[in-house]
Each structure stands twice: as structure tokens, then as C-alpha cells.
Ligand binder design. Structure first.
Ligand code: C2E
Ligand code: MG
Ligand code: MG
Length: 258
């Protein structure tokens, strides 16, 4: 962290019917001086256990500001693109962190209307009321809160019930067989019905081929993400991607508060 060895790649989240970009997800990587590029799966556990993930994520938000400043200097459309950043559940509840978030989000470039926090249950999200209140304060400031890897663990539904959220990202494990497995499709459409009933948006992750894409598009999910649509790309490749694919209307929150 002190050597500034972490960097982001960005993967687009795409509107199924048009192929336009709804938002970009920032995914961290470690450029290790000896070992080369290391994926987050290899270091996040250590970062979580040591508590360093708090610094990692704050550094990430600050880095986003630099990327957006640069992209906007090339193309004003970048003022309209929401970006999602993965935030460890360890940040909540933590008032010092919350203050730092708010300080960063006040900067004009990171205008909070364009920021989505993706939170996973990999680290236990405390279900005490101050966690939900902290998340709600962020939402009031305009940040969207999404539950990542929805359906992966056993707590997803509890989180959906307890926390104010704007969207769910459905885990790729339901996607792998969706084009030939009726059961997977039944589960996917039940999740979609649930999200629709609660007024939250749905992204399905891990779309790797045409059959999966066609199946999910027909099912009517709000957005899709995966190698079939685009792998994560370097920041330098993003302006060309945006110029090529175009932008969808911003992924607006379905309901302002709940
Ligand atoms: P995630 O947020 O669920 O991110 C999606 C992961 O799936 C990414 O792995 C992405 O590269 C990968 N992926 C994309 N398309 C496909 C596909 O079609 N098939 C398959 N099998 N995988 C696909 P990545 O980049 O290794 O990230 C792993 C996890 O690390 C992320 O999962 C997220 O939970 C966490 N993470 C990433 N960046 C950060 C960060 O800055 N802070 C924190 N706290 N966690 C992060
Ligand atoms: Mg994510
Ligand atoms: Mg995920």
C-alpha cells in the first residue's frame, strides 16, 4: 500500500438489449515488484484478516478520482458513467471510516450520485442497527448500495431483509448451467421476482457464452456482466471501449429510499 502497488482494472456492466455500457466495476490487482500481477482472490483474505482492507479500499476510492479526472479530460461522457467499487463489509459499522468516505465522496469528481458500493457477505456484515443506519446515510448522500455475489452464501436473504440496498449482483454459480438446466433457470427467475418485488435492480455476473447471454436476456435481467461481454480491462483501454459500445441511460435507483 505504501509503495502504491495496487491498481484497478475495469469491467463493463452491460444493458442486455442494446449492449450499451451501464456502469464500470473497478476490480483491484496487486502489481507485485517480484511476483508480477496478483489477483484479489490471492490477497484479500490477508487484507481482511489484518484489517488492511480498510486502507486498500480507501486508497481505491482516491485512485478512482484520478481515473475519472483523466477520462473526463478525454471525453465529457465520463461525467455520466456510474462506477461500482467493491467495499469490504468490515467498514461497517465504523464511524471513522464513514467520515473518510464522506470526505472523499464530497470531491466533485467522485460525486456520490455516480458511485455504487458493492458489498459481499465474505466478511460478516454486522446486523446491528448502526450498520444499517450507516448504509442508509451513504444512500441518503446518493451512493447506491449493492449486495455482491448474491446467493453464494447463506446470509444473502437475511441481508436483503435487514439492509437498505439498491441492487443485487447474482452469483455466477447460477449462470453456469442456466442454458441447459431448468432448475438453475427456476432459481434465477425466482431471484428476479424477489428483486422486482422489492424494487431493487439485478445484475447477473459471470456470463461467458452466447447461450447464457441469450437465456438471461430473455429472462429480462436489468444488466449482465462477464467475459462474453468484456473481460476486465486496463484503465487505458476504457475510453476506446466506451466510444465503441456507447452508454446506456444511467443505472438509476429504482426507489429513492426504503
Ligand atoms: P466480484 O466483485 O464478484 O467480481 C467479479 C469477479 O469475477 C472478478 O474477479 C472478475 O474478474 C470475475 N469475472 C468477470 N467476468 C467473469 C466471467 O465471465 N466468468 C468468471 N468465472 N469470472 C468472471 P476478480 O477481479 O478476481 O475479483 C474477485 C473478487 O475480489 C471480487 O469479486 C470482489 O469481491 C473482490 N474485490 C475486487 N476488487 C476489490 C476491492 O477493490 N476491494 C475489495 N474489498 N474487494 C475487491
Ligand atoms: Mg463486485
Ligand atoms: Mg460478484
Amino acid at each position: 500500500l505504501d509503495g502504491d502497488e495496487f491498481f484497478f482494472e475495469f469491467q463493463p456492466v452491460v444493458e442486455p438489449d442494446t449492449g450499451r455500457i451501464q456502469l464500470l466495476e473497478a476490480l483491484v490487482r496487486w502489481r507485485h515488484p517480484r511476483l508480477g500481477t496478483i489477483s484479489p482472490a490471492a490477497f484479500l483474505n490477508v487484507a481482511e484478516d489484518s484489517g488492511l482492507v480498510l486502507r486498500l479500499d480507501m486508497q481505491g476510492l482516491a485512485r478512482l478520482e484520478r481515473h475519472f479526472d483523466y477520462w473526463r479530460s478525454l471525453d465529457p461522457q465520463f461525467a455520466e458513467i456510474p462506477v461500482s467499487i467493491n467495499i469490504s463489509g468490515r467498514h461497517f459499522p465504523n464511524f471513522v471510516m464513514e467520515r473518510q468516505f464522506f470526505e472523499l465522496l464530497r470531491r466533485p469528481t467522485l460525486h456520490s450520485a455516480n458511485i455504487i458500493f458493492e458489498i459481499t457477505e465474505s466478511v460478516f456484515l454486522d446486523s446491528n442497527p448502526s450498520t444499517a443506519e450507516g448504509l442508509q446515510r451513504l444512500r441518503t448522500a446518493g451512493v447506491q448500495i449493492w449486495l455482491d455475489d448474491f446467493g453464494e452464501g447463506h446470509s444473502s436473504f437475511r441481508y436483503l431483509a435487514h439492509f437498505p440496498v439498491d441492487g443485487i449482483k447474482i452469483t455466477e454459480s447460477f449462470v453456469r448451467h442456466c442454458h441447459h438446466d431448468e432448475k438453475a433457470r427456476v432459481i434465477l427467475s425466482a431471484l428476479q421476482g424477489l428483486a422486482r418485488g422489492l424494487g431493487v435492480r439485478t445484475v447477473v455476473e459471470g456470463v461467458e457464452n452466447q447461450q447464457q447471454f441469450d437465456t438471461l436476456r430473455v429472462m429480462g435481467f436489468d444488466a449482465l456482466q462477464g467475459y462474453f461481454l468484456s473481460p476486465p480491462l486496463s484503465a487505458a483501454d476504457i475510453p476506446a471501449l466506451v466510444a465503441d459500445r456507447g452508454l446506456a441511460c444511467p443505472a438509476k435507483r429504482k426507489r429513492p429510499t426504503r
